[in-house]
Every structure is written in structure tokens, then in C-alpha cells.
Design a binder for this molecule. Structure first.
Ligand SMILES: [Mn+2]
Length: 361
């Protein structure tokens, strides 16, 4: 409705003053937008009907039910090009808990988002039909059952042709998500941004947890190992050659020391060449960023990437055949300012803005 009214400021101000109409102004649904050609006056890219979040120019940020980016909620991925989906678990966390509250906090802080990317001039809501499809109904008592539920949910999401943008949740979730992704696409390229390789074999006797997902992915043949890059790895380790297993699989390992004091745009030129035209999944652990930017996370490590470098990595994925993205390990109880979640919100928006078929002004 907002878009329909954009060209009619007098009508808009009259309408927004009318409190009884506010709930209807929260979202522009595809269903309502289709009624009458005047409702899409300034869209040039497609005849599709899009979901457009309300603008804070007219609808106060603090109003409404907090879906991701103030998009409409729907309970399946049907009809969507991309969907935000939460996986609220921290039962795979080896250290600080709290990531089960990540999706809720990300949604709440996402009220800060606007509809366009001023840096790249991406117009995601003129390009793709996007919605928030809620959370996977996890089993908080049983991590393996949770993995089964994630896998089955993502099978359905992917079968509908939708690209999932996942809000974690601890990093365990990338394994069952990639099981579903590889079922559809075969072994995929992976851009893994993290302080840690997450390639342990067994931790405390367990094969499934937030330190093991990418070891399991390799064992299951889910990754095209020559098209895997791990960026931002650092910290104290259990041995001196902690990243050797990754290199032995054919992964490119970019330790954080290679990232210090420089733009990562040149690195991403190389990563795009490495990924080629095949399907690529992006997994972004918020702990890749320095704890000064993102303290609210499970296993913080100092001397990490800057927020700017995080954005450069994601913007450097433009042009790739991204088939899914996740942003994991936001732990709101340790996020005393909320800025870790705000950072996660903006990184997820940047992910949305590099998906295939994006329109840029
Ligand atoms: Mn991780």
C-alpha cells in the first residue's frame, strides 16, 4: 500500500493519521497489491507482485509485529524467491549459550532496515518476492532430532525454488541445511566466514555440534572442496596446524592475518574466480568479526575482521550463483548493546542484496 501511495503524498498523510488503518499499512502483500494498476506506479523491472516493507518515513519503526525486515510473514515458502527463516538453537554450542534467541533478536533489531542499499544501489524488494517464513520447530532437548527437522524443512523450502536466508542459531545448523542444499544442487561451493574452521571430528565424544559441521559436510560429499574458502580463521588452537585438515581437503584457507589492514575486495575477486558459475552457499559466523564489533557470540576471538570487511566479503559475492546463506552464532544474552544483532541484521540485508536476479539502480 505504501508503494501505491508513494506518488500521492496528501492521501498518504491522511491515511497514516488514521489509526484504524495502521494494521493494513504494515505490509504490502502481493495479494493486495495486485488490485489495480495504480498500485505499482514506479516499478520498472517486472510484472511480479512484490512484498515491500513499510517505510519508516510513514510508519514508525517501533510499531508492528517484528518480522525480519518488517516483511510479511507466511508459513511456507510457496511463491517466494527468497525467505528469511530462523533456526533458534544453541544446543550445539560448546561454550557460551544464547544463540537460540538469535532469530528473535535479529527480527527485533531489523526494524532499523530500509528498502534500498545506498552503497550498491540494490533494490531487493523490486527484484525478488521475499517474506519471513518463521522458524524451524526445533527440538530443544535433542540436537540430532533438531538436525532432522532442519533438513526436512529446508527440503521443502528449496523444493519451492526459494533461496533461504537463515538466521541462527549456533553453527551446527549449517550441516543439515547443506544436506538439503546438496540434495537439490549436488556438491556446492562454500564461502565460510568464521573465526574457527568448524572442522573438528569429535568434541566431548559427539559428532554433531557447532565445532564439527564442515567436517560432516565433507564426509557426506556435500561440498565441492576445490570451491570452498574459509575466511577470518584465527585464535589459539589445539595444535599448531589447526587449519591443515581444511587445506588437505582442497579448501582455500584465508587466515585473519592475511586480512588485517586491507580491503578484502581483491580477495573476493579471487574468490569469485574460484567459485565460478556453479551453485554457492554462504555461511557467515558473526564471530568472524572482531568482538569489538560483535561481542554477543558463543566463542569470541580477538583481532578479527571489521564490519567493513564483512560487508566487502558479502558484496564481493555479487554475480555468484548463491543458493542459500546463513548468519549464525548471535547470542543476545552477551549482546549488551544490541549492536551484534544490528550488525547481523545488516549483513543479512547485504546477503539479500547480492542474490541472483537483483536489480541495481
Ligand atoms: Mn562457526
Amino acid at each position: 500500500m505504501f508503494t501505491a501511495l508513494r506518488g500521492c503524498p496528501r492521501l498518504l498523510s491522511t491515511t497514516t493519521r488514521c489509526f484504524s488503518l495502521l494494521p493494513r499499512l504494515q505490509w504490502v502483500s502481493r495479494a493486495s497489491e495486485g488490485r489495480g494498476s495504480s498500485r505499482t506506479p514506479d516499478r520498472k523491472c517486472s510484472a511480479k507482485h512484490f512484498n515491500v516493507p513499510p517505510s519508516a518515513e510513514y510508519i514508525a519503526r517501533v510499531t508492528g509485529i517484528p518480522t525480519m525486515a518488517k516483511l510479511p510473514y507466511q508459513d511456507t515458502a510457496d511463491g517466494l524467491d527468497a525467505a528469511f527463516i530462523g533456526v533458534p538453537i544453541d544446543t550445539g554450542t560448546a561454550y557460551r549459550p544464547g544463540a537460540r534467541f538469535g532469530p528473535r533478536q535479529i527480527r527485533m533489531e531489523s526494524a532499523v532496515l530500509r528498502s534500498y542499499n545506498s552503497g550498491t544501489r540494490a533494490a531487493p524488494y523490486e527484484s525478488l518476492v521475499v517474506a519471513d517464513i518463521g522458524d524451524v520447530n526445533v527440538n530443544v532437548y535433542d540436537l540430532k532430532d533438531t538436525c532432522r527437522r532442519i533438513r526436512e524443512t529446508y527440503r521443502k523450502v528449496l523444493a519451492s525454488g526459494c533461496i533461504p536466508l537463515t538466521m541462527g542459531g549456533d553453527h551446527t545448523i549449517s550441516y543439515p541445511i547443506l544436506q538439503a542444499v546438496a540434495e537439490k544442487y549436488g556438491p556446492v561451493g562454500l564461502i565460510h566466514v568464521d573465526a574457527h574452521p568448524d572442522t573438528s571430528d569429535v568434541v566431548l565424544g559427539e559428532k554433531i555440534g557447532n565445532a564439527t559441521p564442515f567436517r560432516r559436510c565433507v564426509e557426506d560429499g556435500l561440498l565441492d572442496c576445490k570451491r570452498v574458502v574459509q575466511i577470518g580463521l584465527r585464535g589459539s588452537a589445539y595444535s599448531a596446524d589447526s587449519f591443515e585438515w581444511s587445506r588437505a581437503q582442497g579448501f582455500r584457507v584465508v587466515q585473519v592475518e592475511e586480512c588485517w589492514f586491507k580491503s578484502l575486495a581483491p580477495l573476493m575477486d579471487e574468490v569469485r574466480s574460484q567459485m565460478g558459475s556453479g551453485p554457492v552457499y554462504m555461511s557467515f559466523d558473526i564471530d568472524a568479526l572482531d568482538p569489538s564489533f560483535a561481542p554477543g557470540t558463543g566463542v569470541p576471538e580477538i583481532a578479527g575482521l571489521t564490519s567493513i570487511q564483512g560487508v566487502e566479503i558479502i558484496r564481493g559475492c555479487r554475480g555468484l550463483s548463491l543458493v542459500g546463506c546463513d548468519l549464525v552464532e548471535v547470542s543476545p544474552p552477551y549482546d549488551t548493546t544490541g549492536n551484534t544483532a544490528v550488525t547481523a541484521v545488516n549483513l543479512l540485508f547485504e546477503m539479500l542484496c547480492v542474490l541472483p536476479n537483483m536489480k541495481y539502480y
